[in-house]
Design a binder for this molecule. Structure first.
Ligand SMILES: NC(=O)c1ccc[n+]([C@@H]2O[C@H](COP(=O)([O-])OP(=O)(O)OC[C@H]3O[C@@H](n4cnc5c(N)ncnc54)[C@H](OP(=O)(O)O)[C@@H]3O)[C@@H](O)[C@H]2O)c1
Length: 458
């Protein structure tokens, strides 16, 4: 059934995925084991994405995917591993499932948080599943690659749990946030590199973060920018999972900011349920368990008011001499042109575009696109110019934001440097270069804009 489905049909099924097995699961062939049964849910999503690749034409106008969270209730893991099979057997697909073999007790290595969540999670582990727990409590900054190697290779770990991302930085100052991001990203990268080299030393690899995905404004107001400190672990984990292949399962689990005992019990269950482990990005909140699905954007766009280009002020584009910046620059000008045409009674759009880069030099490959921007801007009487600003440096961003406050009406962040490498060839230096002008720059921008009020910044 899955093979025959067209993207649109699968997409239509996605919103019905409320509660496991309802609608979506029923669309797939009868599985023979609990593992296979669960996999079919995740596989449905993969199939959807893969099929879309083959059918770009009809869906090209909906090709910007949105991530959405679907509730997927799952039973708490039992000591004998029977709960998933029993649960799935009761679903509409009525699979006749073999019970999995009795589980062995596992050795567990935990990079523990200071707040004690990891301890509470493991105290709630299903009975008879934990053989030993080694808590590594040194600060990540104190652990080098040799220390990590010793830890990973000293035992055949059933589970390695990276829980340090649960600790929020001490304050919302960038001076407190940046070292946490660096320590988490560096250690997680080194750890997964080691696991990839020593696959027999690790059965499952779990990584935890705390409400990185929340869109609850109250939580953001309360916790502030530091809530995002562990967010790079998610993107890293997605690419790492591909390289680890099936040899080591990697699960990314985002948990509630202030988890209840029941929430932590669910996290423990998630870590020990082998059928579901690593099949989805999971959020475990006090309100339940949610899995991430990519969905087509059209329904979301239909509910959102269309973007209106600012009429005045300064719009900054970081990475301003790059390819993407030329696309955005021209698009903004075309929107300004349309706004002028549609509102002849209003003063013409008069924003200025500042294109930020380290060199402020237009390279040959962008020359034609830039010439087009200059031409269009001249017809609209709009000013566009290149400005030197290294967005990896807080002081450069601060200088720019301070200079144009309170007139900044938009910022598009496209600065980026590619440092592609497979895990064995990846280094912290490369990683830092990439993170620097992406996430680090975002945090500096956010921080600076919190101090400099720009009332019309959309
Ligand atoms: N092009 C696409 O289709 C596409 C699609 C998805 C994602 N992306 C991502 O979007 C980003 C931009 O893509 P692109 O194609 O426009 O790349 P690009 O042509 O290489 O442009 C990136 C620009 O960023 C500038 N830059 C690098 N570090 C900077 C820093 N510290 N401060 C200020 N500016 C800096 C560079 O100019 P200087 O060296 O002069 O600073 C460069 O011209 C990349 O990270 C890329 O991975 C691109």
């Amino acid at each position: 059934a899955a093979k025959a489905a067209k993207p649109a049909q699968v997409a239509d099924e996605v919103p019905k995925l409320v509660g496991a097995g309802e609608g979506f699961a029923a669309a797939f062939a009868k599985p023979h084991s609990a593992d296979e049964a669960y996999f079919s849910l995740a596989k449905g999503q993969r199939h959807f994405e893969e099929t879309v690749q083959d059918c770009l034409e009809p869906v090209s106008s909906e090709m910007c995917f949105v991530c959405e969270w679907y509730p997927e209730a799952w039973p708490l893991e039992s000591k004998d591993r029977s709960s998933t099979a029993t649960f799935l057997a009761g679903l509409p697909m009525q699979a006749e499932l073999e019970l999995p073999p009795a589980p062995a007790k596992e050795h567990i290595l935990v990079f523990a948080d200071r707040g004690g969540c990891c301890k509470r999670i493991l105290e709630a582990a299903p009975e008879r599943r934990v053989g030993s727990i080694t808590f590594e409590e040194r600060a990540l900054a104190e652990l080098d690659a040799e220390d990590l190697k010793e830890l990973v290779t000293q035992e055949k770990w059933g589970l390695i749990l990276f829980g340090t991302g649960l600790d929020l930085p001490a304050s919302n100052s960038v001076d407190d946030i940046m070292p946490v991001i660096d320590d988490l990203s560096r250690t997680w990268m080194e750890l997964v590199k080691l696991v990839a080299r020593n696959k027999k030393n690790c059965g499952r690899l779990g990584v935890l973060s705390r409400d990185v995905f929340t869109d609850d404004p109250k939580k953001h107001r309360k916790a502030g920018l530091r809530l995002e400190a562990a967010s790079s672990l998610w993107g890293m984990s997605n690419t790492m999972r591909i390289e680890l292949e099936e040899a080591v399962h990697l699960a990314y689990i985002d948990i509630e900011l202030k988890p209840s005992d029941e929430c932590l019990k669910r996290v423990a269950s998630e870590l020990f349920c082998q059928e579901t482990f690593g099949q989805n990005t999971v959020r475990i909140l006090n309100s339940g368990r949610y899995i991430m699905r990519q969905v087509q954007c059209k329904h979301y766009q239909a509910r959102t008011p269309s973007f209106e280009v600012p009429s005045s002020g300064v719009i900054a584009i970081t990475g301003g001499n790059g390819s993407l910046a030329q696309v955005f620059g021209l698009h903004l000008l075309e929107m300004a042109e349309r706004k002028n045409r549609e509102h002849p009674g209003l003063p013409p759009v008069s924003f200025t575009i500042k294109l930020l880069s380290r060199s402020a030099v237009v390279r040959d490959r962008e020359a034609q696109a830039w010439a087009e921007i200059v031409k269009k801007a001249a017809t609209l009487n709009i000013s566009v110019d290149h400005v030197k600003c290294d967005v990896t440096k807080a002081e450069s961003i601060e200088r720019f934001i301070a200079e144009y406050t309170p007139n900044i009406t938009g910022i598009i962040h496209t600065a980026g440097i590619l440092q592609d490498a497979m895990l064995p060839g990846q280094t912290w230096e490369k990683f830092e270069t990439c993170l620097g002008c992406k996430s680090r720059a975002c945090i500096y921008l956010h921080d600076s804009l919190e101090r400099h009020h720009n009332p019309d910044l959309g």
